[in-house]
Write a protein that binds this ligand. Structure first.
Ligand code: GLP
Length: 252
């Protein structure tokens, strides 16, 4: 049986503290390596961290101009100008706030999604590979858009979204019918190859997924559980998201 490495779990009091701990974690790595290569998530969870990073930048304490950013995933068929695209999201919630010249995104409008995924892998490799992957988690335990059942050795490529994920993300669209059913996502092996991984989660609705991911069996049914095998994996979760974890110390 493969060895499961103990995860470093930091339990924050709430969303605000989770966000500032996450921003400090990222800023610390950027200080050590200004040309850091990072995978970054969209979603509600990282918004506070992005704002904190913006605050650090405005105060002159953070320079991201030499770092490289790769979005974890993008909806199939949506381009940068589409309001529902993750690229639009990251431009509004991150790029506007810091000195980040560009964010890479899978070419989700390329007709051959398998090829688009392969090209994204090449872009990551030619940047030197990921130093850090920052992740949120879906209520079903997904990371990026790797839904339950996605193989642990998956690489960037097309994925079908589950009805649960489609309805969770409907808030970004005018009508549920507009939510794309497919996406291109970094694979689980791609994410695991990052030299360091940071998972963020906030609020009671994430508690089950967090407990299963961090303390349950390593299984493709819970995609995030693959991170238990990562040698440099940190989870920063707030007390709501941690409410079904037991035996872990508060704030490290
Ligand atoms: C999405 C994204 C994930 C994100 C997750 C949770 O669908 N593909 O990268 O982590 O859902 O989103 P939220 O942070 O809004 O709960």
């Amino acid at each position: 049986m493969e060895r499961v490495i103990p995860t470093k779990i930091v339990i924050a009091s709430g969303y605000k503290e989770m966000s500032s701990l996450a921003a400090s974690f990222v800023a610390g790595l950027v200080q050590e390596k200004p040309d850091l290569v990072m995978a970054i998530p969209s979603g509600r969870t990282p918004v506070g961290m992005y704002r904190q990073l913006g605050g650090m930048y405005r105060k002159g304490g953070l320079d991201l101009s030499r770092a490289t950013f790769f979005l974890l995933d993008e909806y199939h068929g949506l381009g940068p100008r589409d309001k529902g695209s993750f690229y639009h999201f990251i431009r509004q919630n991150f790029m506007r706030l810091v000195n980040v010249p560009a964010v890479h995104v899978p070419d989700s409008r390329f007709p051959d999604a398998v090829e688009a995924g392969r090209r994204y892998e090449e872009e990551i490799a030619s940047a030197g590979g990921l130093d850090l992957a920052v992740l949120g988690i879906g209520v079903n335990g997904h990371i990026g858009f790797n839904e339950p059942g996605r193989p642990f050795d998956s690489r960037t490529g097309p994925v079908n979204l589950t009805p649960e994920t489609i309805s969770a993300n409907a808030r970004y669209f005018k009508t549920p019918a507009q939510v794309p059913r497919e996406a291109i996502s970094m694979g689980l092996a791609t994410i695991r190859q990052a030299r360091s991984v940071l998972l963020l989660a906030s609020g009671a609705p994430k508690a089950e997924a967090v407990a299963a991911a961090l303390a349950g069996p390593v299984t493709t049914t819970v995609p995030a559980s693959t991170l238990q095998r990562h040698p440099a994996f940190t989870a920063i979760v707030d007390s709501g998201a941690a409410s079904l974890l037991s035996g872990f110390p508060q704030k490290g």
